[in-house]
Design a protein around this ligand. Structure first.
Ligand code: MN3
Ligand code: FE
Length: 300
């Protein structure tokens, strides 16, 4: 569908729907999403970095190398979803999505700043992208989102949101930052990096909330899409968990910081399961009931 003319403007016919979930997410982004990676003081982080062992540095560089490319990927790949939502004239959703894309750009900048100011790393991080990581970030994510350029059908939107919000952000980003922050806190290192990760976690939680909302909205309108969502999740859950496993396999018993794969996978799976249940419930609801549930829930 190519839009060549506007039939009307939402804000001419009505005012912004401020009790809608997407508008409330947008309002939250206006309050919470205003942080500046360049205002973070990384001086102590640099001192801490120099006191780490080479193996500890290698683990943190590997994680950063994975986080960095992931943030770049989600920055590069989001636009077709924004466009699909815009084409449907969903103004409140698009307002939120403008903050979403800016958040991802900021996250890309944040890890880059860490590499420059703390690790002072000038090498190529691609070697840290192993087979499962490549399957998700080099293939599955750009495929699912890029598809929307030719086909913005509800099926393609569900596949895109499951891939982007539930797997890449839900299983991988959220879990990665949770475990990473736990390590930094327990070892009392990298205070600037800790501050940034706290912001990133808040940002990601808004993004994931939007993705779940989008998937529920689509499934409530077309319950058959629940099958599509499940198939997409089942296809991607193994490579996503494989990203964790292949990272631990590199270090074996020598893994520093007392890190275990369970810290990652237990958290990932419990978050994933509760979201799955929530989405499954939308398949039994009318679009109006889903909308009402979101309006009634407190999220401020
Ligand atoms: Mn991000
Ligand atoms: Fe995100």
């Amino acid at each position: 569908m190519t839009m060549t003319a506007h039939s009307h403007f939402t804000t001419a016919r009505r005012r912004l729907d401020r009790s809608s979930f997407p508008w409330r997410l947008y309002a939250r982004a206006l309050r919470q999403g205003v942080w500046n990676p360049h205002a973070i003081d990384f001086r102590q982080d640099r001192q801490d970095w120099l006191a780490l062992t080479p193996l500890q540095q290698d683990v943190l560089l590997r994680l950063t190398g994975m986080f960095q490319a992931r943030e770049e990927a989600v920055t590069l790949d989001l636009l077709p979803l924004v466009q699909a939502v815009a084409q449907e004239g969903r103004l409140e959703e698009e307002l939120f999505l403008t903050t979403f894309l800016a958040d991802e750009a900021k996250h890309t900048d944040f890890f880059n700043t860490f590499l420059e100011e703390v690790a002072e790393y000038t090498g190529d991080l691609s070697a840290y992208h192993q087979a499962n990581y490549q399957a998700v970030f080099y293939e599955a994510l750009p495929n699912a989102l890029g598809r929307l350029r030719q086909d913005s059908s509800p099926v393609a939107q569900v596949r895109a949101a499951v891939t982007y919000n539930l797997i890449v952000e839900g299983v991988l980003a959220e879990t990665g930052y949770h475990a990473y922050l736990t390590v930094l806190e327990e070892n009392a290192i990298l205070p600037g990096q800790q501050q940034g990760i706290v912001h990133l976690k808040q940002d990601e939680s808004r993004h994931i909330a939007f993705g779940i909302y989008l998937i529920e909205r689509l499934i409530a309108a077309e319950p058959e899409l629940w099958e599509v969502a499940q198939t997409q999740m089942n296809e991607l859950l193994m490579p996503a968990l494989g990203v964790v496993q292949e990272t631990f396999d590199i270090y074996g018993e020598a893994m520093p910081f007392g890190l275990t794969p369970q810290v990652f996978t237990d958290y990932a799976l419990s978050q994933f399961e509760s979201r799955l249940n929530r989405i499954a419930s939308a398949a039994q609801m009318t679009p109006a009931a889903v909308d009402r549930r979101y309006r009634q829930e407190s999220y401020d």
